[in-house]
Write a protein that binds this ligand. Structure first.
Ligand code: 13P
Length: 141
């Protein structure tokens, strides 16, 4: 599974703790992250993470592009609902694309706990089928 890890600044400690707690599960998957979140996870867990740009510099949109291409399976996006973000439109766009393409998205620790346990149980294997049936969506379609 391809998994995206994203956290706003005040939520980064929570996401790092979460990836440490479930490191054994995460290491079985292909991990992607926005720039600063990815750097922290790499430094503090040693997990392999492919890093995109920082969120305010387009990282959310890069992950959104993978969703639109049917090439991202699960998102952990620990949002900070109490701090205004300069790139709020990008944040909304990413969440919107998850809804457009029915991609599982956890925006807080409570939901993240459920999704990670579902991932461990194999609840998201339907994504493998969805990708085989639809394939990556190309721009010329
Ligand atoms: O801003 C973000 C998500 O909207 C996260 O970006 P960073 O991981 O670069 O801090």
């Amino acid at each position: 599974m391809k998994i995206a890890l994203i956290a706003h600044d005040k939520k980064k400690d929570d996401l790092v703790r979460f990836t440490i707690a479930y490191q054994a599960i995460f290491q079985e998957h292909e991990l992607y992250a926005t720039g600063t979140t990815g750097k922290r996870i790499i430094n503090e867990t040693g997990l392999d993470v492919i890093r995109f740009r920082s969120g305010p510099l387009g990282g959310d949109q890069q992950i959104g592009s993978m969703i639109a291409n049917n090439d991202m399976d699960l998102i952990f996006f620990f949002r900070d609902p109490l701090t205004a973000q300069p790139h709020e439109p990008d944040v909304s766009a990413l969440i919107r694309l998850c809804d457009v393409y029915s991609i599982p998205l956890a925006t807080n620790m409570g939901t993240a706990e459920i999704l990670i346990k579902g991932l461990e149980r194999g609840d998201f294997s339907w994504r493998i089928v969805a990708k085989k049936e639809e394939g990556p969506i190309h721009f010329d379609k």
